[in-house]
Ligand binder design. Structure first.
Ligand code: 6U4
Ligand code: NA
Ligand code: NA
Length: 175
């Protein structure tokens, strides 16, 4: 075990209609070719909240009144050899102009709250659903908690298979 690394991840969930969530397609580095929120490492001398705002601005050009909404812990199998703590932030509005950067291409997706009793009056035909097949394996488990505006915590244990692909061995996410 070396040390736990602290990261942020920020999501804009616009109430709409249509209700939608902003994700970024990561173009390079860790998690390249996956959609995710905007975020990165918390630097020395910075709080997670400050890092979340800085990374949001750096990666897609906007500012937002982010609220802390969850804490996730990702660990490697059997060690842990590594551990990531990720502080999740959310806002329902933003200011500025969305831009594509070297790191991220922002894109909106339909954000239906699957845990809510409300049924959308009309199916959304213009926005694609959240692309879980192109996201980190854990995201499908906690995204419903984020979308239903609950404060959540969770942990997932990862291993890599022979080809170096991540597998999620066990997990728990809850409110
Ligand atoms: P640099 O090299 O400075 O651009 P940095 O911006 O510090 O890197 P980066 O972009 O690699 O960090 O950030 C990784 C992002 O991926 C963070 O927002 C946390 C997030 N992340 C890592 N593992 C994740 C996982 N299993 N599920 C998830 N997000 C994850 O949803
Ligand atoms: Na980053
Ligand atoms: Na960074």
């Amino acid at each position: 075990f070396t040390s736990k690394k602290l990261y942020t991840n920020a999501f804009i969930v616009s109430p709409g209609p249509p209700r939608k969530i902003l994700l970024g397609y990561k173009k390079r580095g860790f998690g390249a070719n996956l959609y995710n929120g905007f975020g990165g490492k918390v630097e020395d001398g910075e709080t997670p909240a400050q890092a979340a705002l800085r990374e949001l601005k750096e990666e897609c050009g906007i500012e937002a009144p982010l609220n802390h909404c969850g804490t996730l812990l990702f660990v490697s199998k059997g060690g842990p050899e590594w551990a990531f703590q990720i502080e999740i932030y959310r806002a329902d509005a933003y200011s500025g102009t969305l831009i594509e950067t070297d790191e991220m291409r922002p894109e909106w997706f339909s954000a239906v709250d699957t845990q809510s009793q409300e049924v959308a009056e009309k199916p959304n035909t213009t926005l694609a659903p959240i692309p879980y097949d192109s996201m980190w394996l854990d995201d499908v488990h906690w995204m419903p908690l984020l979308l239903s505006n609950r404060h959540f915590v969770g942990r997932a244990d990862f291993d890599t298979d022979a080809s170096g692909k991540y597998k999620m061995l066990k997990w728990w996410f809850g409110i």
